[in-house]
Design a binder for this molecule. Structure first.
Ligand SMILES: *[C@@H]1O[C@H](CO)[C@@H](O)[C@H](O)[C@H]1NC(C)=O
Ligand SMILES: *[C@@H]1O[C@H](CO)[C@@H](O)[C@H](O)[C@H]1NC(C)=O
Ligand SMILES: *[C@@H]1O[C@H](CO)[C@@H](O)[C@H](O)[C@H]1NC(C)=O
Ligand SMILES: *[C@@H]1O[C@H](CO)[C@@H](O)[C@H](O)[C@H]1NC(C)=O
Ligand SMILES: *[C@@H]1O[C@H](CO)[C@@H](O)[C@H](O)[C@H]1NC(C)=O
Length: 347
């Protein structure tokens, strides 16, 4: 009896601590082809107006697979999801499609509101105060219909650079404010009810007050050139060397949010660090630990300065209580209920 209980206890510990990475998927974008990746499930997208051979393929980790196998968006783009090894092949495009509902969204064009029809409304503000900028404003606001890459349950659009994608990858029916410097943030809302991105109203999902402080990395030399310039090398090169180090963070500054994160960009050999504030009302929510969405690997935790490096972020993610504690296998449930019960039974 005791042995059985021990086995169960070990199983419960393992299912919590081991990353659940079970399926292998094709991985293909503009820059890399015929690679593979591992995740919770696979995703394939055919962009509008392209042939079945012109597709993007990737993996997703840390989110629930959508119920629909394939969805057809308003631009004739197709998005499919599956969870067996190498299932994300173009033959999926022949499966039955669920047609995504078309809704009316606000679109702002040169300060003029227009109505537009698509599957998801978006509202985005990109703020970045470059040193010595000549731009009239540091903020760029876009109120729009989400284009095809944002139409499905998961954004999949690997054309833009990783630093532009870090802020745009999370889930439908939510707003996110992601900041990697006191002088930089990406505010991004995506919603699916008519006119939910009305810029005269409030955000569709108003953001809560920040709760914790996090380290930052990625943009400080753009904001303050002189802090990094040396007689031998430009701020750009000096900073590029610094951010190659997993444990680097910008000195004397921080950001505030609900979650801290580390993202490593393999292409740039660079560690991005910052804060996330979120209001998520859809099927998926940010998870602590490792997440992989839209080809960005995130290490997410929610204690003060837990994003020192990837290892600390993962350790803190295990230590912290799960934000999404709807699962009965949440860590605190096991600690507070299952483990004492097992102990009691084994006596
Ligand atoms: C696709 O949908 C049609 C009509 O609903 C149904 O008759 C057909 O069996 C479906 N095919 C598959 C492969 O599910
Ligand atoms: C987003 O975060 C930045 C930096 O923390 C902050 O200045 C800004 O007010 C936030 N925006 C919203 C809408 O919360
Ligand atoms: C990375 O940063 C840490 C802490 O700042 C430092 O101790 C270490 O030597 C650095 N590693 C490299 C390879 O520069
Ligand atoms: C886990 O949390 C405890 C109590 O809050 C703290 O003392 C400990 O340092 C944390 N461990 C790690 C690895 O962060
Ligand atoms: C998570 O747990 C906390 C405290 O136990 C509770 O207040 C909160 O409502 C729970 N959240 C969810 C989504 O169940």
């Amino acid at each position: 009896m005791t042995q059985l209980l021990n086995l169960i206890a070990i199983f419960l510990i393992d299912t919590y601590f081991l990353p659940v990475q079970c399926v292998k998927c094709y991985h293909k974008n503009l820059y890399s082809e015929s690679e593979s990746c591992e995740g919770d499930f696979c995703i394939i997208r055919r962009a509008p107006g392209t042939s079945n051979f012109d597709v993007t393929q990737s993996c997703v980790t840390g989110a629930k697979m959508p119920e629909q196998t394939c969805v057809l968006d308003y631009e004739d783009g197709i998005h499919c999801f599956c969870n067996t090894d190498f299932c994300n092949a173009p033959n999926m495009f022949r499966l039955n499609m669920t047609v995504l509902p078309i809704i009316e969204c606000k679109e702002v064009y040169e300060k003029e509101y227009r109505a537009a029809a698509c599957n998801k409304c978006t509202w985005k503000v990109d703020y970045m105060a470059y040193d010595k900028t000549l731009a009239p404003s540091n903020a760029v606001e876009n109120v729009q219909c989400g284009y095809s890459g944002q139409s499905g349950p998961f954004n999949l659009d690997l054309v833009s650079h990783i630093y532009d994608r870090i802020g745009l990858n999370f889930f439908n029916d939510g707003c996110y404010n992601i900041s990697m410097n006191p002088q930089q943030y990406n505010l991004y809302c995506r919603c699916s009810t008519a006119l939910c991105n009305n810029p005269e109203g409030s955000l569709p999902f108003p953001l809560p007050a920040p709760r914790i402080s996090c380290y930052t990395s990625g943009f400080d030399s753009d904001v303050n050139n002189a802090k990094y310039d040396t007689p031998e090398a430009s701020y750009y090169d000096v900073y590029a060397q610094l951010v190659k180090n997993d444990s680097y963070y910008d000195k004397d500054i921080e950001c505030r949010g609900q979650f801290c994160f580390v993202v490593y960009s393999k292409e740039q050999d660079k560690y991005y660090k910052g804060c996330i504030t979120a209001n998520e009302q859809g099927d998926n929510k940010i998870k602590l630990g490792y997440m992989y969405v839209n080809d960005v690997p995130y290490y997410i935790c929610n204690t003060n300065y837990c994003n020192l490096d990837m290892e600390t972020a993962l350790a803190e993610a295990r230590n912290g209580s799960l934000v999404d504690n709807s699962s009965i296998f949440s860590f605190s449930f096991k600690v507070q209920i299952i483990f004492p019960l097992l102990f009691f039974l084994s006596q």
